[in-house]
Design a protein around this ligand. Structure first.
Ligand SMILES: N[C@@H](CCC(=O)N[C@@H](CS)C(=O)NCC(=O)O)C(=O)O
Length: 256
């Protein structure tokens, strides 16, 4: 059984909108496309490093002071006794360990998948200040108190004028529009009928936005209407697949 370690929000662990990491969503997307059951293990930022180290996870980056930075997602696969971090590496691991499942990173597209996954994060950065501001203002907070402390320690949320906020939405929409123009028209996936890592990366962005602006909000309805409704069809294609998450458990020490 695969265990996926992820950062939780105040939504209950069994709520599909609990997690908001776009990177974890890449793995959740991939596991569902592959039909691989998994156990979801939720933690909070202050516990991330300790849990990661305790199971032998590799750091994925360095902190500004040069020390190792641990991030979600990471997985433990009890079948192989392997621990893997970094979303791209996890998806690649799943491709090679479970070769009878849908291949998300076909060898000949490896570089392109990686470049796409990075580029979509660049597009997400346009909307990020609005996300952070909205998240900080929302009551009750969608972020757990302990996660909120960590975020606060990293600096105050951005002050945005209405004009800046509107511009951020425009930039985000245009960024996505640039991708939509280049995507195969047959859809619903980036490569047309063939699903790949690029879709997992794209879905990660939408899923983390939907965590903040659920289906009832104007923001979400607006996004779903962009570019001829392409994103709505994309999400529908994924969500019509059977769910594979088997258990969803939180750390015992959650204080929410
Ligand atoms: N390159 C990593 C990036 C993962 C990442 O940045 N995760 C964030 C959550 S969205 C995280 O764990 N941050 C921990 C922290 O900032 O301390 C991947 O693709 O998995």
């Amino acid at each position: 059984m695969i265990t996926l370690y992820d950062v939780r929000s105040t939504n209950p662990p069994n709520d599909p909108r609990c997690g908001y990491s776009p990177f974890s969503w890449r793995v959740r997307f991939t596991l569902r496309i592959k039909g691989l059951p998994y156990k979801h293990h939720w933690l909070e930022y202050p516990d991330l490093e300790g849990v990661a180290k305790s199971i032998g996870t590799d750091p994925t980056a360095k902190k500004p002071d040069g020390s190792p930075r641990y991030t979600v997602p990471f997985i433990y696969d009890s079948t192989t006794n392997k621990v893997i971090s970094n979303s791209f590496d996890i998806v690649e691991y799943l491709d090679s360990t479970y070769p009878d499942t849908t291949k998300m990173i076909p060898e000949e597209t490896r570089l392109l998948q990686s470049v796409f996954a990075d580029s979509i994060i660049t597009v997400q950065q346009y909307i990020r200040p609005v996300v952070v501001k909205t998240m900080a203002k929302r009551t009750p907070s969608p972020v757990t108190p302990r996660n909120l402390e960590v975020m606060k320690a990293r600096g105050p949320p951005p002050e945005l004028t209405d004009k800046q906020e509107k511009e951020a939405w425009e930039k985000f929409k245009n960024g996505l529009g640039g991708f939509a123009k280049l995507m195969n028209d047959e859809g619903p996936f980036v490569m047309g009928k063939k699903v790949s890592m690029a879709d997992a990366a794209l879905f990660g962005i939408f899923a983390s936005l939907r965590w903040l602006w659920d289906e009832t909000t104007n923001e979400w309805k607006d996004i779903m209407s962009w570019h001829g409704g392409r994103w709505s069809r994309f999400i529908e294609a994924f969500e019509s697949l059977p769910e594979v998450e088997k258990y969803s458990e939180a750390e015992g020490n959650l204080k929410i």
